[in-house]
Design a protein around this ligand. Structure first.
Ligand code: AMP
Ligand code: AMP
Length: 336
């Protein structure tokens, strides 16, 4: 089988287990690049054929030639950007699943905002300065990982007090009160079709826990919400809102093909949304690759089951696309 000539590899963290499990099911060799501290976790799983250890993720460049000799196709996930940054991703010379031109548009908050605005989907307002803000607002640091350091401000005074601890650039966004829903898509360049494979909601500390404390005690204790992600839980959306989710994904893809490049965004991506009581779906962010919430669905999901007669995770879907591209001699359409 053609797939056996290739090795699918990724960095050992985030959604590596799901990605390599899916690659194994599709008949690929699998390899993980990881640090010595993390290697013991990955040794526990039989579907990982090879483990390459590097002292730290930033040493990734040094093993690129090794990877090329092994005919590796790299599948990026959230840690690629978090630990290597966009420029190291762009400079990689190993085959990379996805369109690297997306990286700049995703990493830069202004560019991301321009992209999502041009898609014509509903977004929270972004205020250029605190003077024009309507409260409450959420303040987000540039380059923050996993919601760390974000804060809620309910008034100008509150904002001024909290911003004193902030040393980096930030944006001020309208705070949307509603249910956070993360939609996991897959855009296939081979079929031209957009799939919704699953959804999750994040569990964030302590914003998802403050409701367990009575309001009076919240005030007494002076608790402020924070948004650090600790895990994810499954969720399905009201069926009447599902078509809207597909349309939002399609708009974002179309916009990427107009303003980024002809290939645009493809493969797995996620719209991070908040849904209000009047059933408006606000998109707060886009991730241009597999998100960790898909880890809930190693053996498929309610949505994947509607499309596939076999367990289909996002990780496996990526491997399936690579396998199909190999069979159809179209690898250049999906690799960078
Ligand atoms: P880690 O592998 O935990 O070091 O995470 C790598 C990157 O992915 C960081 O930016 C995390 O904030 C993000 N991340 C990890 N796990 C999750 C998760 N379950 N949901 C959302 N983001 C995550
Ligand atoms: P993000 O880094 O944009 O994915 O945001 C991390 C978390 O902060 C989200 O999961 C939400 O809980 C919260 N959050 C971000 N933006 C907003 C917003 N505009 N309104 C309300 N909550 C938000």
């Amino acid at each position: 089988m053609e797939a056996q000539k290739y090795t699918i590899a990724t960095l050992g963290s985030h959604s590596a287990l799901q990605i390599l499990h899916g690659a194994h099911l599709e008949g690929f060799n699998t390899l993980i690049v990881t640090t010595p501290q993390k290697a013991s976790l990955y040794r526990r799983y039989g579907f990982i054929n090879e483990i390459l250890e590097i002292p730290s993720f930033s040493d990734f460049g040094k093993i690129e030639n090794d990877l090329k000799k092994r005919n590796v196709i790299l599948v990026p996930h959230g840690s690629f950007v978090a630990y290597l940054g966009a420029s190291k991703n762009k400079n990689m010379t190993v085959s990379y699943f996805g369109n690297k031109n997306i990286l700049d548009w995703e990493e830069n908050r202004d560019k991301q905002h321009k992209w999502l605005t041009s898609a014509g989907i509903l977004l929270p307002k972004v205020y250029k300065s605190i003077e024009e803000a309507q409260f409450p607002v959420i303040v987000k640091l540039y380059g923050a990982a996993g919601g760390e350091g974000y804060f809620l401000a309910t008034s100008r005074e509150d904002f001024e007090k909290k911003r004193q601890n902030i040393k980096t650039a930030f944006i001020i966004q309208q705070y949307i009160v509603g249910v956070p829903l993360y939609i996991h898509y897959f855009q296939s360049p081979l079929t031209g079709k957009l799939e919704i494979l699953s959804m999750d909601r994040r569990y964030e500390t302590n914003v998802d826990a403050v409701g367990r404390i009575p309001a009076k005690n919240q005030i007494d204790l002076g608790i402020d919400p924070s948004y650090v992600v600790v895990g994810n839980s499954p969720l399905v959306i009201r069926e009447s809102l599902l078509e809207e989710c597909f349309r939002m994904g399609e708009k974002v893809i179309k916009a990427s093909q107009k303003i980024i490049d002809k290939r645009g965004l493809f493969g797995p991506f996620c719209l991070e949304t908040i849904i209000t009581p009047d059933q408006k779906i606000y998109t707060i962010e886009i991730s241009g690759r597999i998100v960790a919430g898909t880890n809930l669905y190693t053996s498929g999901s309610p949505y994947a089951d509607l499309l596939y007669d076999e367990p289909m995770s996002s990780g496996r879907r990526i491997a399936r696309e690579i396998k199909t591209a190999i069979e159809q001699n179209k690898l250049d359409q999906i690799l960078d």
